[in-house]
Ligand binder design. Structure first.
Ligand code: NDP
Length: 331
C-alpha cells in the first residue's frame, strides 16, 4: 500500500518535488483500533500553512512522515465494538491508502443521506465553516448585502447559498476567471459574479454594491479584505476565514492600511477557526443535509483520481484549478 510523505518544506509556491510517494505495509489493528481503506481524501489550502516549520496555530507537518488531512473510507479491520468492519468513517489520516487509528478518532457517517465524500465537503468542516461564519462570526441579518470571496470554491460556494437562506437580500461572489464568475450566478445562485483577475476588486465591488455591503466572508485577505473594509456599511461584519492570497508569501504580508475604518463604521472583524466550532456540527448536518436533499443547496466537486495524483490536486487548489471541493478519489 502507499502513502504520501512531505519530502521538503516549500519556499513560495509549492512544487511536486516536495512530495514523496512511498510504499508501506497494510497495518494491523491493536485493541481499540481500526484499519480504514480510504476511498476519498481532501486537499485543502490550510495544508500549505501546515507545511511551514513556523506555523503558529497547528503542529507543522513532519518531514519524512505521511501528511495528514481529512479522509473518508471503509473499515476493513476492527478491534473495537463501537466501529465495526463495513462502517464508513471520516478521520484525519488522509494522504494514504490504508489508515490505522484509534476507533475514538473516527466518526461513523450516514451514507444513506449523502455519498461518503460529501462529508469531506458540504457536510464536512468545509460546509461547517460557511455555516458557522454566517451564524456566529459575521451573522447575516434579513435584507443584508453579502460578499463572499473565493466564491466558486468549497467554502465560498456553500457560503453564498447559506447567506441567502439566512435572509440576505443580495449576494455577491468573486472568483478567478470569467467562467467561474458566471458559474457563481448560474449554478450557485449569486446575484452577481466578479472576476478578480479582470481588474481591481475594489472597483468591481463598488459597481456591484453601490450602497455598500453588510457582511463579507473573507477567504482571500489582501486587496479583497481592504476592499471589503472600504465598502462596509454601518455595523457591518467581516468573517475572517482564510487569507489564501498570502499563503505562498516569502516575506511578511502587511495588513490592510484601512483597518481603522472599522471604528467609524461600528463594524466588527472576527476570526474563525473551525476546530473551535465543532459543537455546531449536528445542527449543520441536519440543516445542510435537508437542503441538499430538497435540491436547494447545490455543490460541486473537482475530482482527481489516484493517490499518486494527490500532490497535483493540492497544487491545483492553491492555483484555483477547482470548482467546489477539490477531492482525490483513491483506487
Ligand atoms: P477553495 O475550494 O476555495 O480553493 C481555494 C481557492 O482560492 C482557489 O480555488 C482559488 O479560486 C482561490 N485563490 C487562490 N489564490 C487566490 C488569490 N491570490 N486571490 C483570490 N483567490 C485566490 O478552498 P477552501 O474552500 O477549502 O478554503 C477557502 C479559504 O477558507 C481558504 O483561505 C482556507 O484557508 C480557508 N478555510 C479556513 C477555515 C477555518 O477554519 N478558518 C476552514 C476551511 C477553509 P479562484 O480560481 O476563484 O481564484
Amino acid at each position: 500500500t502507499r502513502e504520501i510523505r512531505l519530502a521538503a518544506r516549500p519556499v513560495g509556491e509549492p512544487t511536486a518535488e516536495i512530495f514523496e510517494l512511498a510504499e508501506t505495509r497494510v497495518p494491523e489493528p491493536a485493541e481499540g483500533q481500526i484499519v480504514v481503506r480510504n476511498t476519498w481524501m481532501s486537499v485543502d489550502p490550510y495544508m500549505r500553512e501546515w507545511m511551514r516549520e513556523d506555523v503558529e496555530y497547528a503542529r507543522p507537518y513532519e518531514l519524512g512522515a505521511p501528511l495528514l488531512g481529512s479522509a473518508v473510507g471503509e473499515v476493513v479491520a476492527s478491534r473495537s465494538a463501537a466501529v465495526p468492519v463495513g462502517a464508513t468513517v471520516t478521520h484525519f489520516l488522509g494522504w494514504r491508502e490504508y489508515a490505522l487509528l484509534d476507533a475514538a478518532e473516527a466518526t461513523v457517517v450516514d451514507t444513506s443521506l449523502v455519498p461518503a465524500e460529501v462529508y469531506l465537503g458540504p457536510l464536512g468542516t468545509t460546509g461547517l465553516t460557511a455555516y458557522a461564519t454566517l451564524t456566529r462570526v459575521a451573522p447575516v441579518r434579513e435584507g443584508d448585502v453579502v460578499w463572499v470571496s473565493a466564491a466558486a470554491g468549497a467554502v465560498g460556494s456553500i457560503a453564498g447559498q447559506v447567506a441567502r437562506k439566512l435572509g440576505a437580500a443580495r449576494v455577491i461572489g468573486s472568483a478567478g476567471g470569467p467562467e467561474k464568475a458566471e458559474k457563481l450566478v448560474t449554478t450557485f445562485g449569486f446575484d452577481a459574479g466578479l472576476d478578480h483577475r479582470a481588474g481591481p476588486i475594489a472597483k468591481q465591488l463598488s459597481e456591484a454594491a453601490p450602497g455598500g455591503i453588510d457582511v463579507y466572508v473573507d477567504n482571500v485577505g489582501g486587496d479583497h479584505l481592504r476592499a471589503a473594509i472600504a465598502a462596509l456599511r454601518e455595523r457591518g461584519r467581516i468573517g475572517m476565514v482564510g487569507a489564501i492570497s498570502a499563503y505562498n508569501a516569502t516575506e511578511p504580508v502587511p495588513g490592510p492600511d484601512n483597518l481603522f475604518r472599522l471604528a467609524s463604521k461600528n463594524a466588527t472583524l472576527g476570526g474563525i477557526y473551525i476546530p473551535g466550532h465543532l459543537d455546531l456540527f449536528p445542527e449543520w448536518i441536519e440543516r445542510g443535509a435537508a437542503w441538499i436533499a430538497d435540491g436547494s443547496l447545490r455543490y460541486e466537486q473537482t475530482v482527481v483520481e489516484g493517490l499518486e495524483r494527490a500532490p497535483e490536486a493540492f497544487l491545483g487548489v492553491l492555483r484555483g484549478a477547482n470548482t467546489g471541493k477539490m477531492l482525490v478519489r483513491l483506487g
